[in-house]
Design a protein around this ligand. Structure first.
Ligand SMILES: [Zn+2]
Length: 86
């Protein structure tokens, strides 16, 4: 879980707790029920979650949506060197 910060125009900032990567763009303000927009200043992470672990999880979630496609297999260095030789 992670804390996400939202800003209500009337009532100011507040935090909500959501599973990492599921925070919506806006939520209903708990005080006035109006729209509160997400604040992207810095992640408000749960103190129990190591920052590096959370970063790794968020990277994994991003990779799931934007896969880093490997287009070619890595070739051993000696193979390409031999190919360039006369
Ligand atoms: Zn409000």
């Amino acid at each position: 879980m992670a804390f996400y910060e939202y800003q209500c125009d009337r009532d100011g900032a507040f935090d909500i707790t959501r599973p990492i990567g599921t925070a919506p763009e806006s939520v209903a303000c708990p005080l006035c029920r109006g729209d509160a927009r997400r604040v992207f200043s810095k992640p408000m992470l749960s103190s129990s979650a190591p920052r590096a672990l959370v970063a790794a999880i968020e990277h994994a979630e991003k990779s799931r949506h934007e896969p880093e496609i490997v287009t070619s297999l890595p070739r051993p260095a000696h193979a390409s060197a031999r190919r360039c030789s006369p």
